[in-house]
Design a protein around this ligand. Structure first.
Ligand code: MUC
Ligand code: MG
Length: 379
């Protein structure tokens, strides 16, 4: 039985891991060959440790933070706010972060998750129980392909259908000429249709197209059978997003547009999207993600369990969130660990039949593999 004295945050440690990807992942402006992850460990006085990941999709191109900036922010500014406090003051600690560090939500998310993990472990319950409890035990999975040539994309889709039962695929766009990019996706859609495979295709432009480019090419993608457009245009242009949402007849998902609960409210008020991508990282952790999902859900928008390509701990955290949050009605893309060449936990998340399942056990339900962690630690 843990006492109050056991819940004191004694020490916060960070280390940078560089984990190679099994293949390069091409985004709109950058191609990643490894995923840098800031592993944050929160040590409690009773001997329990919780883990969180500071992670962005590939690098600072997405939202301005990187694993390196997060290390400075956590070590120098956020750790002093945590140390000496009780871990069951989590909401108060998160509030106090705001007095010391503005924005930097990915860094705060790593701390939020490590504290949730540590606190849940002291109670011997899964993190899901701290987030409201069970809504589901598994969630549908969309697999994301980077920007890939046609044949490689077809091979990867076929392989994932056969080995994991995946039926939903996200294709990254926004790199290079939009006309060529659109033809690449339309050919892939036609190829899959002709092979008789029933798969859903969606695209993510990562905010790279302007209004006219989107108005020109999204209808062609709609004709090709693309079923969802993720963030085609810049994050703050909510009028443009609303226009696309209402004009083209294919659901639009807001991703870069929603990095806080206030952003979720702005998207709701502007009627700018049909679906909101909830990355627990970009929102600053599990507590803030709950607020954003509640706002979107109250307006009747669907929420998607999105990813920053987290490793095992970060993905498990997003999975606990998705499994405790009724508003996540639009499935997930929590496939991050499978993009890594190797994992660094002793057990792996269970992916099959088109879903990913919540692990059992206290906290996040995963344990660190220290040999692997040492191996991947940046020197
Ligand atoms: C994003 O913007 O959604 C998620 C999957 C992927 O390939 O990129 C990320 C980031
Ligand atoms: Mg996105």
């Amino acid at each position: 039985m843990n006492t109050d004295a056991d819940l004191r945050i004694e020490r916060v440690e960070t280390r940078l891991l560089d984990i190679p990807l099994f293949r390069p992942h091409g985004f709109a402006t950058y191609t990643a060959t490894a995923q840098p992850i800031l592993l944050v460990s929160v040590h409690l006085s009773g001997g329990v440790t919780g883990y969180g990941e500071g992670v962005v999709p590939g690098g600072p191109w997405w939202g301005g933070e990187s694993a390196e900036t997060m290390q400075v922010i956590v070590e120098r500014y956020l750790a002093p706010v945590m140390v000496g406090r009780q871990v069951n003051e989590l909401a108060g600690i998160m509030q106090d972060f705001e007095a010391v560090v503005a924005n930097m939500r990915f860094a705060k998310a790593a701390c939020d998750v490590a504290m949730h993990d540590a606190w849940a472990r002291t109670l011997d319950v899964p993190v899901r129980d701290l987030l409201g409890g069970r809504v589901r035990d598994e969630i549908d999975l969309t697999w994301a392909l980077g920007v890939l040539p046609l044949e490689e994309a077809v091979a990867e889709i076929t392989e994932r259908m056969e080995t994991m039962g995946t039926r939903s695929f996200k294709l990254k766009m926004g790199a290079g000429d939009p006309d060529r990019d659109t033809r690449r996706i339309a050919s892939l859609a036609a190829r899959l249709r002709n092979s008789g495979e029933e798969v859903g295709l969606r695209i993510d432009v990562n905010a790279r197209w302007d209004r006219l480019t989107a108005l020109r090419y999204l209808p062609r993608l709609a004709d090709a059978g693309v079923e969802l457009f993720e963030q085609p245009t810049p994050a703050h242009e909510l009028d443009t997003l609303r226009e696309l949402t209402t004009r083209i007849g294919v659901p639009v998902m807001a991703d870069e547009s929603v990095c806080s609960p206030a952003d979720a409210l702005a998207v709701v008020q502007a009627k700018a999207a049909d679906v909101v991508a909830i990355k627990t990282t970009k929102l600053g952790g599990l507590l803030e993600s709950k607020k954003a999902a509640a706002i979107a859900g109250a307006a009747g928008l669907a929420c998607h369990g999105a990813t920053s390509l987290e490793g095992p701990f970060g993905t498990a955290a997003s999975l606990h969130f998705a499994c405790a949050t009724p508003e996540i009605t639009f499935g997930s893309e929590l496939f991050g660990p499978l993009l890594l060449k190797e994992s660094y936990t002793t057990e792996q998340l269970d992916y099959s039949d088109g879903v990913v399942r919540l692990p059992e056990g206290p906290g996040l339900g995963l344990e660190p593999d220290w040999d692997k962690i040492e191996h991947f630690t940046r020197q």
